[in-house]
Every structure is written in structure tokens, then in C-alpha cells.
Design a protein around this ligand. Sequence first.
Ligand SMILES: [Zn+2]
Length: 51
Amino acid sequence: MTQLQQLELLDTHPMFTGKCPQCGYEFDRYWTARVHWDCQNSECGWMDDTV
Ligand SMILES: [Zn+2]
């Protein structure tokens, strides 16, 4: 993965947007302390692969 792709990924990362980049699920504020940002929408299945 190129550096640009990583930057684009971070730009849509729920850590910054507060939402799942795939389904738009809104993460709870409590999650800001988390390391992993796997989507909590069981029908989505998006998983954080940046860490
Ligand atoms: Zn999702």
C-alpha cells in the first residue's frame, strides 16, 4: 500500500470521521479510547486493517 493510499484511508477512518467508511454506522464516542475500530454493525463487517 502506498503512502497516499494510507492517507486516504485515514481520511475516511472512523477514528476521525466517527463513522464506518463502508456502511456509515456511527461509532459511540466511548470508542475514541479503542485501538481497533471494527464496525459494530453485524451486517457490515468492516474491519480496521490500519493497525
Ligand atoms: Zn460498517
